[in-house]
Design a protein around this ligand. Structure first.
Ligand code: B3K
Ligand code: ZN
Length: 849
């Protein structure tokens, strides 16, 4: 059903619910086309309510009957839900609705995937299951009965009883409806157990289709590490007798933290060395941790309303980042997180979709599960920790868990815990949650009479709806090095709160070299002019590994930009710095690989646009390729030695040590293949014992327009493995030449294995195309038209996934007039669809402005 006029929901309009829920009993009689859902809900008036208007959300439901305290009710039904006259006292609502999971292609609510029933309720999917106050500040205790012939019937909480064709579940913890889940199917479990620090014996299961049992061991290990970590680090123990994870093939995002019953996109939980890369393993470990950590940050303490989404997401991302850092090393993790933030969040912040970490309004909340809410949200937690110190952070979190357990709260409540636990005034810090845009911090230095002075200026550019910005509270971690490379001032956190401030450092007879924004202490763009020699010195000597990498990055960016503008050859300081890093065996291979990877085309595009020029995607692509070959030639012998040194004889292990070696080995291979041709890559492909090596080799071959035969063999070998086949689709597009990318995507979209209704498969083609800047923006605009053709097809079937992919166009304004016109034209074509979803309509109109 279509909305006549999509409504804007505003944070400022929040009102408490009129009625609260004590208990909910649901009975599901499952049927693909006619599932019956009976609900029995105990309501009571909310003492804090401002109205007594009773409203239950409900969409696409066929109401069979409704009763209040046993008497027939007469609700008034609209597209959005129902209203009804109800007592001004506690009462019991009962109703039965019919829904059709098999026809639910949007994958929101109760739907089917490969014959299995599953649910996705966050944010507002529960209203497609039954009539209910579907808002996170209404928390109830759920009891669920499932009736079906399928052998495995799961819901939240603990299993209480079961028989032939039915099962009952009870979740003792009050929760909002978005955390409800149900799964029914022919599933098998990889089972294990965990004993909590409170002595609770918990049954752990990863439920999969029978053929996938050999891909569960790693996920189980990650789950147990996550449980132990949350106990050791945050003092948080698990609180039910069972923890179930289910793998589902058709899923709009990564995974979902439903209480006691996490549902995962199969690509985010299933792994084994033959089919999964090191990057897959690391991502799976992090997502399992993330969903598990939500049990406390999200479930036990939830959000008052969806504007507070970062309260659970920013914090939970921060927690999963710390977990990965503890397991795999903080330096490399910080580099990866900063790169993701810069590549994707800075881009969002700089364009028409910019919004605050806590948005003030939305049309479709699913459009706000963004890098800004998640990753910038996590950065805000990190900054708080840096400002109050590790002990202050622990005290604030202890207070948060103690004070708000069982509640649905706000960012104000969260910040109050920090203020109360540490005595710090966070009034100005709160601006980070309200103000969109990436602050630009400009640093200038002077040195006189033994005193070094550092002046920091901050400015946040205007963003849609926010023309004027106020200064934010920025922790800038700083260290100083002497010209011989020794550290003369260890890290200290400066607090930049004004538009401009000068910090002085006495007793420095020699002018020091400043290492600023160590550990990427704030999500800002730092402008700090340093000479190539100073940067090379930092690359070689900085004690802060992040800034060591950053110095190399700055050199690489400068080399690329100089070449782009003036055709200049790279500064020898850059090439020598890379060589010194590559050959320094005392450095972790994973770290060396980060330094040796040139900035992406996307990063360069951003840099060109930020300098006020119009990026030419083709020129950027070619310049980067040129520089890659120059670097490769300069480092040739070292690369060959490194490649040899990174070969591993031991059996595959997905841990950081081996993974780092394979990353560096594959990077060396890619440089070498460009220089020497296909033979090394071909041998690696032949000998590969794991997917990381196989894909690394194939990628290098495709990069030099070779590897056709290997690609065909890869397909033959993996045609029955849907997750590996996603890689087959995406890799060829990612490695295609700019001119070939769109035609190849068009061709692959006609492949019999291209199941476009499966979000993973859709993204494996069109996400890959959108992620290939020179291919997506190749002259003529074929990629724009192709993507829009497919979005027009996908939108009525799965609005959420379609709307997400519209972000491919968010950067249109930074390109030349022809590309702008072509992108606008493509978007107008989408906008003109008579039945465009609310999801995509909101995205298109925000992007076009
Ligand atoms: N909370 C879910 C995301 C739900 C997205 C709804 N469109 C996964 C996560 O962040 O853990
Ligand atoms: Zn989350």
């Amino acid at each position: 059903m279509k909305d006549s006029a999509p409504q804007t929901i505003r944070l400022a309009d929040y009102t408490p619910p009129a009625y609260l829920v004590d208990t909910v009993s649901l009975i599901f009689r499952l049927d693909p086309n006619a599932t019956r859902v009976t609900s029995r809900i105990a309501f009571r008036p909310n003492p804090d309510a401002v109205t007594r208007d009773f409203f239950l959300h409900g969409e696409e439901l066929d109401l069979k009957w409704a009763r209040i305290d046993g008497m027939p009710a007469e609700p008034v039904i609209s597209e959005k839900g129902l209203t009804c006259a109800v007592p001004d006292a506690p009462f019991v609502w009962e109703a039965e609705v019919e829904i059709a999971p098999a026809r639910n292609t949007a994958l929101e609510g109760l739907y089917m995937s490969n014959g299995m029933y599953c649910t996705q309720c966050e944010a507002e999917g529960f209203r497609k299951i039954t009539y209910y106050p579907d808002r996170p500040d209404v928390m109830g205790i759920f009891t669920v009965r499932i009736e079906s012939d399928l052998p495995v019937l799961l819901s939240n909480g603990n299993a209480t009883d079961q028989g032939n064709g039915w099962a009952e579940w009870h979740d003792p913890w009050p929760k909002p409806a978005y955390l409800f889940a149900l799964v029914a199917g022919e599933l098998v479990a990889h089972a294990d157990r965990f004993t909590t620090l409170e002595g609770r014996d918990v049954a752990l299961n990863i439920w999969v289709r029978p053929g996938d049992l050999d891909k569960c061991a790693f996920g189980m290990r990650a789950l147990k590490s996550s449980m132990a970590w949350d106990e050791a680090t945050y003092g948080r123990a698990y609180d039910l007798d069972v923890f179930n994870i289910v793998a589902v093939d058709d899923f709009n995002m990564g995974a979902m933290e439903n209480k006691g019953l996490n549902i995962f996109n199969s690509s985010c939980v299933l792994a084994n060395p033959e089919t999964s890369t090191d990057a897959d393993f690391e991502r799976i470990e992090a997502i399992i941790a993330h969903e598990y950590f939500h049990n406390w940050t999200g479930n036990r303490i939830t959000c008052r309303d969806w504007f507070q989404l970062c309260l659970k997401e920013g914090l939970t991302v921060f927690r999963d980042q710390s977990f990965t850092g503890d397991l795999r090393g903080h330096a490399v993790k910080r580099i990866d997180d900063a790169q993701l933030l810069r590549a994707r969040q800075f881009r969002e912040d700089a364009g028409p979709l910019a919004h605050p970490v806590r948005p003030a309004s939305f049309v479709e909340i699913n459009n706000f599960y963004t890098v800004t809410v998640y990753e910038k949200g996590a950065e805000l937690v990190g900054m708080l920790k840096r400002l109050v110190g590790a002990e202050g952070y622990d005290a604030a979190l202890a207070l948060y868990f103690d004070r708000h357990d069982g509640q649905a709260v706000t960012i104000e409540d969260w910040l109050a815990c920090f203020a109360d636990a540490t005595g710090r005034d966070l009034t100005q810090f709160a601006r980070w949650y309200e103000q969109a845009g990436t602050p630009v911090v400009t640093a200038t230095e002077s040195h006189a009479d033994g005193t070094f002075a550092l002046t920091l200026r901050q400015e946040t550019p205007p963003t849609p709806g926010q023309p004027d910005k106020a200064p934010v509270h920025i922790p800038v971690a700083v260290g100083l090095l002497a010209p011989d490379g020794t550290e003369v001032l260890p890290t200290r956190v400066l607090e930049l709160t004004e538009a401009e401030q000068t910090f002085t450092f006495p007793d420095l007879p020699e002018r020091p070299i400043a290492s600023l924004l160590r550990d990427f202490s704030a999500p800002v763009i730092l402008r700090h002019d340093q000479s190539p020699a100073e940067r090379a010195l930092l690359l070689a000597n900085d004690t802060d590994p992040f800034n060591r990498w950053q110095a190399g990055r700055a050199l690489a960016r400068a080399a690329l930009l100089d070449r782009l503008q003036h055709g200049a050859d790279p500064d020898p300081a850059f090439l020598d710095g890379l060589k010194a890093t590559l050959t320094n065996d005392t450095l972790d291979p994973a770290f060396r690989a980060r330094v040796l990877t040139l900035p992406s085309e996307e990063e360069l595009t951003e840099a060109v646009a930020a300098a006020g020029r119009t990026p030419d995607p083709m020129q950027i692509h070619e310049t980067r390729a040129d520089l890659r070959d120059i670097v490769g030639a300069h480092l040739h012998d070292a690369l060959a030695e490194t490649f040899a040194a990174m070969q591993i004889a031991a059996p595959y292990d997905p841990g950081a040590e081996q993974a780092g070696m394979r990353t560096l080995g594959n990077l060396a291979l890619s440089y070498l293949t460009h220089l020497e041709g296909p033979s090394r890559a071909r041998s690696q492909f032949e000998a590969a014992r794991d997917m990381t090596q196989q894909l690394g080799a194939l990628s290098s071959l495709l990069d030099i327009r070779d590897g056709g035969a290997e690609l065909a063999r890869f397909r033959d070998r993996w045609q029955d493995d849907r997750l590996v086949m996603n890689k087959w689709f995406s890799l060829q597009i990612a490695r295609a030449t700019p001119a070939e990318a769109a035609p190849l995507a068009a061709k692959l979209a006609q492949d019999p294995a291209f199941d476009w209704k499966n979000p993973n498969r859709f993204r494996s083609v069109f996400g890959a195309l959108a992620g290939h800047p020179a291919g997506f923006h190749a002259p003529g605009g074929a990629a724009y038209d192709l993507l829009v053709d497919w979005l027009i097809r996908l939108d009525p079937v799965n609005p959420q996934t379609a709307a997400r992919m519209v972000t491919a166009f968010e950067t249109w304004a930074r390109y030349d007039a022809d590309r702008q016109a072509a992108m606008r034209h493509a978007l107008e074509r989408l906008r003109a669809r008579p039945d465009l979803s609310r999801d995509s309509a909101e995205m298109v109109s925000r992007i076009l402005g």
